[in-house]
Design a protein around this ligand. Structure first.
Ligand SMILES: Cc1ncc(COP(=O)(O)O)c(C=O)c1O
Length: 383
């Protein structure tokens, strides 16, 4: 089948990048579990030589995600961190990067503990404030690395405004779109140059694969990314490519339900006497609710809420029955976590305080179960 020009988002999710297998008519792209390809004669082959360089299952996924994000090309990697690492190979020693201060801890660890060894410089600022982004730029700034919404305090960065700042100074804008997913926001259409995802989360959506992807708008960046994917070799496996490709087919309907469930839970938590604060971009009380309405289509599945004390947070996390106490996010099943002692334990306490990550904060990755069952579970867990 051929995607009609102007096909809409759910259609793109299901069909882009894929054609029925020419040999058998199989509608689903097979798992090409092979390391090499037989060549017709010396110097003549079917476009596939060695599976680190080219794999049809991975190529189908890459075409699919490029179309979903509205990019020129996409490249799939062995994890979200491998994808971010590949992006940083666009830099050279002596370059400077401005980064969202409340970025994913693994991203901070890569930048701070590994890449500084190679004379790359990083400045961490609250990118929700454009004046701080502008103030942090230097003559050697080559990249702006933004996460929106952030984890776990769900602070937003205005992507279109930040893209203007980046363009004026010839700086690449990279957006880690893992938390929102492309069903909720598409940064390339707002002016970003590069989007990255941990496909481990919403793109795969079923908590059964680890992977990452880089989607690029500029031709020269796409060319480099293809080169580095082969040169460094941190490719996504054929089986994981198959799983994520299956996941993206239902991305739009899953996200629609994540959005509905998260809003219902956030509204319930707002009314609960034991809850002192609820952070969700869909609530009018969120300080950037207007930006969320402008920039996002739905408000995503992530919620954080404060229960006043560490003991109360521990009690909620331990008492849930339907929800599972676990790190990660973006699956169809609801997960609950305690950021201060789990995902963000490596962030120094004073830094946690600065960004509003209290010891009494609980995070939920809302799944797509019946929202009333999830609310019942929270009711009993909150006592
Ligand atoms: C926002 C964000 N970016 C990147 C990553 C890294 O992805 P992975 O765990 O697939 O390496 C994560 C993982 O939690 C994340 O939350």
């Amino acid at each position: 089948m051929k995607l009609p020009p102007g096909a809409r988002f759910p259609t793109v999710c299901i069909h882009a990048g894929q054609t029925p297998d020419p040999g058998t008519g199989a509608i689903i792209t097979p798992i090409f579990q092979t390391s090499t390809y037989v060549q017709d004669e010396l110097g003549r082959h079917k476009g596939y030589e060695y599976a680190r360089t080219q794999n049809p299952t991975r190529a189908a996924l890459e075409g699919n995600i490029a179309a979903i994000e509205g990019g020129r090309a996409a490249f799939a990697f062995a994890s979200g961190m491998a994808a971010i690492d590949a992006i940083t190979t666009l830099l050279q020693a002596g370059d400077h990067v401005v980064v969202t201060d409340n970025t994913y801890g693994g991203t901070f660890r890569l930048f701070d503990k590994v890449l500084r060894k190679y004379q790359l410089e990083f400045t961490y600022v609250d990118t929700s404030r454009p004046e701080l982004v502008e103030g942090a730029l230097r003559p050697n700034t080559k990249m702006l690395f933004v996460e929106t919404p952030t984890n776990p305090v769900l602070r937003l960065t205005d992507i279109a405004r930040t893209a203007e700042i980046a363009r004026a100074r010839n700086v690449r804008l990279v957006v880690d779109n893992t938390f929102a997913s492309p069903a909720v926001q598409r940064p390339l259409l707002l002016g970003a140059d590069i989007v990255t995802h941990s496909t481990t989360k919403y793109l795969n959506g079923h908590s059964d694969s680890v992977g990452g992807v880089v989607v690029l708008a500029r031709a020269e960046d796409a060319e480099w990314m293809q080169f580095i994917q082969n040169a460094a070799g941190a490719i996504l496996s054929p089986f994981d490519s198959f799983l994520v490709l299956r996941g993206t087919k239902t991305l739009n309907v899953r996200m629609a339900q994540h959005n509905v469930n998260a809003m219902a839970i956030a509204e319930f938590l707002m009314t609960h006497p034991r809850v002192t604060n609820v952070i969700y971009p869909g609530l009018p009380t969120h300080p950037q609710h207007d930006l969320a309405k402008r920039q996002m289509r739905g408000f995503g599945g992530m919620i954080s809420f404060d229960v006043g004390s560490f003991e109360a947070a521990r009690s909620v996390c331990n008492r849930v029955k339907l929800m599972s106490l676990a790190e990660s996010l973006g699956g169809v099943e609801t997960l609950i976590s305690h950021p201060a002692t789990m995902t963000h334990a490596s962030v120094p306490p004073e830094r946690r305080r600065e960004i509003g990550l209290t010891d009494s904060l609980v995070r939920i990755s809302t799944g797509i179960e019946d929202p009333d069952d999830l609310i019942d579970d929270l009711k009993q867990a909150l006592g």
